[in-house]
Write a new protein. Structure first.
Length: 233
């Protein structure tokens, strides 16, 4: 009887071991397949985010933001945009404006911040003309007849991703020997000096390279440097 029980015990243990081994193999296989699916989904998601970002940048290519224009009662934002263009020597009419309005101010700054003006042009060439002249043809409150003292600033309407990267880049530039940072066609550039080639900042990894003081290791963009940079010094 004891011998039978011992043999039965061994047989049961072997069967349990076989079942556990098969179950373990199946679970390992399932985990591997799930991991492969996760990797594939992450790659697809990354690709979709990249395409969405490119689409958003393209759609914003006709747009600008005009900063520090005092708000008045019964104002016409379109007329303000036309006045800015006129002060810059750029010919345009109301028909050249697709839409223009004040952007909302961040919560908590309603009483201190001046709402930015968002403007979408019907022609990308017109947007580029105004943006390209923003340094040479500076606009002030006085030129617009606003009766106040101040400067008007013009920026590209960046996507959230690019806007976040731009402000991080500005912080990094201030910590280094770089003197210029600006955007052109939704891309971010920095430059050592007025004679050096512009350098494209496309990822946060590029910011780390700036911090390490290795400007020459960054991707140098030797294409036309037509956009005047912002001097942060």
């Amino acid at each position: 009887m004891d011998k039978w029980l011992e043999e039965a015990k061994v047989e049961i243990m072997e069967k349990l071991k076989s079942v556990c081994t098969n179950l373990e193999d199946r679970l390992v296989g399932m985990v591997q397949r799930l991991e492969e699916k996760v990797v594939k989904l992450e790659e697809e998601n990354s690709g979709l985010r990249g395409r969405m970002e490119m689409l958003e940048r393209y759609e914003r290519g006709d747009c600008l933001e005009i900063h520090n224009v005092p708000k008045t009662d019964h104002e016409s934002v379109e007329e303000l945009v036309l006045s800015v263009a006129d002060a810059m020597g750029v010919e345009m009419t109301a028909a050249d404006i697709s839409t223009a309005y004040r952007l909302p101010v961040k919560r908590g700054r309603e009483n201190t911040a001046v709402p930015r003006i968002y403007v979408k042009f019907t022609k990308r060439s017109l947007k580029r003309s105004i943006y390209g002249n923003r340094i040479k043809q500076k606009v002030t409150h006085d030129k617009l007849g606003l009766g106040t003292d101040g400067k008007i600033y013009i920026h590209e309407h960046l996507s959230k991703t690019q806007n976040d990267l731009f402000y991080k880049a500005k912080d990094k530039v201030r910590e280094t020997s770089y003197k210029f940072i600006w955007t052109q066609d939704q891309r971010i550039y920095v430059r050592d000096n007025t004679k050096s080639k512009r350098i494209s900042i496309d990822t946060e990894a590029d910011l780390d390279m700036i911090t390490r003081g290795s400007p020459r290791k960054l991707r140098s963009d030797s294409r036309a440097n037509s956009s005047t940079p912002h001097n942060l010094r």
